[in-house]
Design a protein around this ligand. Sequence first.
Ligand code: AMP
Length: 283
Amino acid sequence: MLIHKIEELRKQIKIWKKQGLTVGLVPTMGALHNGHLSLIKKSVEKCDKTVVSVFVNPIQFGPNEDLDKYPRTLDADRKLCEDAGVDIVFAPSPKEMYGEGHILSNDFLTYVVPPFFYVDKLCGKSRVGHFDGVCTVVNKLFNIVQPDFAFFGEKDRQQLIIIKKMIKDLNIPVEIIPCPIVREESGLALSSRNKYLTENGKIEALALNRILFNIKTCYNKGIKDVSALTETAYSFLNENHALEYLEFRDKDTLEEKKTADNNTIVFIAVKVENVRLIDNIEL
Ligand code: AMP
């Protein structure tokens, strides 16, 4: 069932809750691929009812980002969801989510702002305000759907860590289920933004997972010093790559690591053909 209106969705959720059914939520921005599908499958398996939200959230895009050209494929998304056993696809308009005229500045809208320590680094550094937009929309979706479980991909690891922190700090009654990164056979992490890449760009994009898997191999061989682990990474990059960051951080607190251990995540962001790609690996 496709629902565009918050009130209509609420009515359905109320009925399920009365029946004592568990509800799973998979928040997405659409252009669904097998990465999203893995989250959806997990929810369908675990929960009595599954809601997939498809919403390209304007307030998490910066002024020079790809809000207008972000792929929108609602018909295909709906079909994929139906085939996977999803009960409701919730696809609200920006007006439905943010009101008449949808004034998106924080002069007029109540925002949920994650702690500065979690957003002044990695993606938050170049995407100022991005995680405010993410936390605000996820919080709204939690309030609308009141899910028992919500499914998030480890592909967006900083987002996952920030959302876990938000539900802890704000006592939101939902259990977050992290889901592993789904990759193409080549190793490239699936992303809706891969659609912007040419065939050659996709080959250049393999540098991200090569760097990460190489670091993991070296770590497994006993190298723990972060500068030693980073050294070889640069040999995978050429003039077609603009490295934004390659950082070793704690998997819960995002604190920087000088020495890698089993609580370390290696984060990478690289621009290829002006497309910003991110990936990460747990050591
Ligand atoms: P998005 O539509 O990009 O906002 O992603 C919606 C959800 O799908 C987020 O929780 C993402 O982390 C997750 N996701 C996107 N790509 C992948 C992937 N390749 N593997 C696992 N999860 C993913």
